[in-house]
Ligand binder design. Structure first.
Ligand SMILES: C[S@@+](CC[C@H](N)C(=O)[O-])C[C@H]1O[C@@H](n2cnc3c(N)ncnc32)[C@H](O)[C@@H]1O
Length: 334
């Protein structure tokens, strides 16, 4: 899993300090967290923490809220989880010098157990749950009737979207079940990320249009002979943006949690500015890493030169895009 395959949704580095989100997390912890304080130790876990710095803000937001609620002399331990190939060195080298917590790295896929039973009190998973553990193999196979010619399910094939959704259901279900075992009774799990408003197709959003732009740019690069067309035909992004109701249903079906909050978080300045430079860089940060890992740095750079040109041409279409949705979900273990 590439660690440079970061945000889908235009979040900035100060995202957790964005007032409405901070306020909502603070409120949820203040009203819903109900933990036994006898040990005076609160364990916080960030699943899919990456190498910083957003994780530090997320953790600090949670600690501030817990301190505000309990006002006890408390010690904090933070479990930073990500895939084993995450850059944990950078994470540990850049830990905030004034932090009030002990830091622990937890390498491993969050689709399985990564912590002991009943070991954390508040967990967060931010902009990481749109990853699927694998891309359904039928859609990568050119000879399969459901082969997907695009790099993602932004086109019109319902079968391809359903295969992605089936995998997403399995993965999110596994994530929730694993966390339910690791969470203490009365503890909270906060989920932040991108999804789609009900009724909106990904192809109608800026995210979908930009992914299609990257796909068609890669195809041009393949036609120029710079990357292998067959390899590109099998290349599909391992992400899925669910519809809000599907995500809610997956959580309900899992049965381990009560949904305390399921909120749409709005962006103060709209979802994305209509600026080709900004959009190209945003989607280079988000998808460039995986393009590099498949096709090399040179092909990635050339692809994104084309992406920028196409973004300029697409501005009228992008201006009419439907907004996506950023969510904050707060779950309490049943
Ligand atoms: C978009 S980044 C989000 C980073 C950070 N949470 C934030 O909000 O900025 C997604 C992170 O999820 C991690 N990730 C994806 N799948 C994972 C998995 N199965 N297990 C653990 N981490 C995973 C990636 O390695 C990456 O670091």
């Amino acid at each position: 899993m590439s660690t440079s395959f970061t945000m889908i949704g235009g979040e900035g580095p100060d995202s957790y300090r964005e007032h409405s989100k901070y306020q909502k997390i603070n409120e949820a912890i203040s009203t819903k967290l109900d933990i036994d304080f006898t040990s005076n130790l609160v364990n916080i876990a960030d699943f899919g923490c990456s190498s910083g710095p957003n994780t530090f803000d997320a953790v600090q937001t949670i600690i501030d809220a817990v301190e505000h609620k309990y006002q006890e002399d408390t010690e904090y331990q933070v479990f930073f989880n990500d895939s084993p190939n995450n850059d944990f060195n950078t994470l540990f080298k850049t830990l905030p010098p004034t932090r009030k917590y002990f830091a622990t790295g937890v390498p491993g896929s969050f689709f399985g157990r990564v912590l002991p039973r009943s070991s954390f009190h508040v967990g967060v998973c931010s902009y990481s749950l749109h990853f699927v553990s694998k891309v359904p193999k039928e859609i990568k196979d050119r000879d399969s009737p459901v082969w997907n010619k695009d790099i993602h399910c932004t086109g019109s094939s319902k079968e391809v979207a359903k295969l992605y959704l089936d995998q997403y259901k399995i993965d999110v279900g596994s994530f929730l079940s694993a966390r339910a075992q690791e969470l203490v009774p009365g503890g909270l799990l906060l989920l932040l990320g991108s999804c789609l408003p009900n009724g909106v197709q990904i192809s109608e959003t800026v995210v979908g249009m930009m992914i299609d732009n990257i796909g068609s740019s890669l195809n041009e690069i393949a036609k120029q002979g710079l990357i292998d067309q067959e390899k590109l035909d099998a290349f599909k992004l391992p992400i899925y943006l669910a519809h809000a109701d599907d995500l809610k249903q997956i959580i309900t079906d899992n049965g381990c949690y009560t949904i305390e909050v399921f909120d749409k978080i709005s962006h103060e300045h709209g979802e994305f500015p209509l600026d080709p430079e900004y959009l190209t860089i945003s989607f280079k940060v988000t998808v460039g890493g995986i393009v590099t890992s498949q096709f090399g740095q040179d092909a990635m750079e050339k692809t994104y030169e084309l992406v920028k040109e196409k973004t300029q041409e697409m501005l009228p279409q992008l201006a009419k895009a439907k907004p996506g949705m950023q969510y904050l979900i707060v779950l309490r273990k049943n």
